[in-house]
Ligand binder design. Structure first.
Ligand code: DCP
Ligand code: CA
Ligand code: CA
Length: 674
């Protein structure tokens, strides 16, 4: 396979790392003064020859393909076409402009170096030190001191050590972060009882009322709120205030850390703000989209979207074009979306991989008990029980059963869960989870479930199979060998609008859904058809017609021999054993269904990067039949490789020998220690 433009292989030359751009070379707040070339060089040297490196090349190749495809499409446009699309674009812009609402004041707040700040608060000896929260295989975040060296989230820890020899590592402690997150939410509650939390450390608040009631400006509220958060938690945060959520999020990053930026509710101010704003600053515009827009249409700033509006309408799907034009106009969500009702309750456990069946059934019983506790605490019963499994080689499977009546006792749960697990045996697992959906509130006769479950597909699909009087289905969301070559058609791409709410990514998750706050971005959902979605009844049903990128899913009939007499049985499987971007689902809103890596909805960029990785991985699998899963093993939730600070000497030695540490070899080593 030929190397793509911009990849190290093609650039060759004296300084090939200059064109080696990964998630790790991308600047975050606090990385402004970093010697970017040095960072690129270290990452290049340390990953050269690894599967990771090859994947980067493949990603670049795929982007290049997309770019070429778009260029080719662009070249076919006649003057008449452009004139036509100019009219389409102008009409669209007028409509969008007419929807501009400057009456709301939105505040976005984001904690500074959240995990690292919590750890420093708990252990003041860490203060001022370059700190990485995470492990040798993955850094969750870095303190601002460490960022000066180029260390950042999502970077393998051993690369962090190389960049910053004195880097101190702390293992993540999610209970702590949840505790502090809850403290911040108590403060948010005082300013907006309907605040929208998009991850542990960030939230959107509609402060319109509080400003009016207390006669305060947005700036004053931001100052007061940040002080209150500091008072309650001992932590600092940054805030942005703007007429809509999309801009408020951009604003909260401007004066990070411990700062704020206010954009007045004034059309001119918004206009000026977006006129020079790089498109990459917008949530939902990741590296690939940025490259496509820049290289095909010369768009780098938000306002340039408007200058190229005709081309955007000609080349992209309607909802993508809408999103781009909204960005150009500085529009974003202003209404508080309705909270969706709770759809499921779940629990899961990660453990050292084992094939000991008695141990697995014991774990299953514990899970059933936890699920029972959670259901009973909330006075809920459920009808669909889903068993989630992650095999020793990181294949994620889910199996579900729909029962005749509503259940919530441990005994009932265990009967069905055991059946489901037995049907999969023997196998070696590293994670199990149980989820109950189709919930029913015991206090309320009406079912709380509004979810269009996959059952709808089963009932309507002509691939239904009737076994022992039960409908049994298997849906397989795979895989290099099951599906044809990956389409690079960009016309079907539908990019997430105002992903500050996490809506676009959550919508892709058809099992979803534990978030107590789930925020669909109403404007675009279900408004436009996306061919890829509509051609797939599973996805379109489950999304209620919402959009999803490049979805191709195949449905297969399942052999039901081990799943008989389980009530009114409808069994579903969503196996994500590989990796097209649209096939990747975010289970429970934040867990990658392919490898189990956790990324909350707020991390659009990281999610994009992560999806790109899986795409590259699947391409690799297509070429190398026996290739094994590689970087997927990088999970913070898994057993750590090491929690001690590695000695820089050791690393230096290996690089002196002219040998990089191949990332996958490193991970293989980690896995042995599991
Ligand atoms: N996080 C993670 N994995 C990532 C990115 C982030 O586990 N790839 C975790 C650790 C972070 C927290 O989420 O502390 C919040 O992420 P942010 O992107 O908001 O980053 P920080 O809060 O660490 O830094 P800042 O917001 O100051 O840039
Ligand atoms: Ca943060
Ligand atoms: Ca954040």
């Amino acid at each position: 396979m030929s190397a793509a433009a911009g990849t190290p292989a093609e650039d060759g030359g004296d300084r090939p790392w200059q064109s080696y751009h990964t998630a790790y070379t991308n600047a975050k707040a606090g990385m402004e003064g970093v010697d970017k070339e040095k960072v690129q060089k270290v990452i290049y040297e340390m990953s050269k020859g690894s599967k990771y490196f090859e994947n980067e090349q493949r990603k670049e190749a795929l982007t290049k393909q997309k770019i070429e495809h778009l260029r080719a499409q662009c070249a076919t446009l006649t003057d008449n076409d452009i004139l036509h699309f100019q009219k389409v674009a102008e009409k669209k812009m007028l409509e969008l402009e007419a929807s501009r609402d400057l009456s709301k004041i939105w505040l976005h707040t984001d904690m500074d170096a959240f995990y690292a700040a919590v750890e420093t608060l708990e252990d003041p000896s860490l203060k001022g030190k370059p700190l990485a929260v995470g492990s040798m295989s993955m850094v969750a975040t870095a303190s601002y001191e460490a960022r000066k060296f180029g260390v950042r989230a999502a970077m393998p820890g051993f690369i962090g050590c190389k960049l910053c020899p004195g880097l101190v590592f702390v293992r993540p402690n999610f209970e702590r972060y949840t505790h502090y997150s809850e403290l911040t939410r108590k403060v948010f509650q005082r300013y907006d009882p309907n605040f929208i939390a998009t991850s542990l450390d960030e939230a959107y608040l509609n402060i319109t009322n509080v400003c009016a009631e207390r006669g305060m400006t947005g700036e004053e509220v931001a100052t007061e709120l940040r002080a209150a958060i500091h008072q309650e938690t001992g932590l600092t945060c940054s805030a942005g205030v703007a007429p809509n959520r999309m801009i408020a999020k951009v604003c909260s990053d401007i004066n990070k850390p411990n700062g704020q930026f206010i954009l007045p509710n004034d059309r001119e101010a918004v206009w000026t703000f977006v006129s020079t704003l790089p498109i990459r600053k917008i949530g939902g515009i990741g590296k690939v989209t940025e490259q496509m827009l820049r290289q095909v249409l010369g768009i780098s700033t938000c306002q340039e979207m408007l200058q190229k509006a005709a081309f955007l309408c000609a080349l992209f799907s309607e909802c993508s074009a809408d999103f781009f034009l909204s960005v150009g106009l500085g529009l974003g969500g202003t209404e508080t979306p309705e909270q969706r009702q709770r759809k499921s309750i779940s629990c899961e456990r990660t453990f050292t991989a084992t094939n000991d069946s008695s141990l697995l059934f014991e774990k299953l019983a514990n899970l059933a008990e936890n699920l029972m506790d959670d259901l009973q605490k909330e006075g809920l019963k459920g009808k669909t029980l889903t068993l989630k499994l992650k095999t020793a080689d990181f294949e994620v499977r889910t199996r579900a059963v729909t029962t005749r009546g509503y259940i919530n006792s441990k005994e009932d749960i265990l009967i069905y869960a055991t059946k489901l697990l037995k049907a999969e045996m023997p196998l070696s697992l590293r994670l199990m989870g149980l989820r109950m959906s189709q919930l029913h509130d015991e206090k309320d006769d009406s079912s709380t479930s509004t979810q269009k479950t996959i059952d709808i597909f089963f009932r309507s699909s002509n691939s239904n199979l009737n076994v022992n009087g039960a409908n049994v289905q298997r849906i397989t969301n795979i895989s290099g060998q099951d599906n044809g070559p990956i389409s690079v058609t960009t016309k079907d791409d539908c990019l997430g609008p105002d992903t500050g709410t996490g809506a676009s990514t959550d919508q892709q998750d058809f099992f979803v859904h534990d978030e107590s706050i789930f925020i669909p971005e109403q404007r675009n959902l279900g408004k436009y058809n996306n061919e890829a979605v509509l051609s797939n009844p599973v996805i379109s049903d489950c999304l209620g017609g919402a959009k999803i990128d490049d979805v191709t899913t195949s449905a297969k009939v399942m052999n039901a021999e081990n799943l008989d007499d389980v009530g009114q049985l409808i069994s579903h499987e969503a196996t994500a054993s590989s990796s097209k971007p649209g096939q990747q689902l975010w289970i429970d809103g934040f867990i990658c269904s392919i490898c189990g890596f956790e990324l909350p909805p707020g991390f659009e960029e990281e999610r994009q990067e992560h999806s790109d990785f899986h795409l590259a991985e699947s391409l690799q699998q297509e070429e190398t039949v026996d290739s094994k899963r590689s970087i997927c093993s990088e999970r913070l939730a898994e057993k750590p490789c090491s929690t001690t600070t590695p000695t820089p000497k050791k690393k230096l030695k290996s690089s002196k020998e002219g040998k990089h540490i191949p990332i996958d070899a490193f991970f293989a080593k980690c896995n042995k220690n599991l």
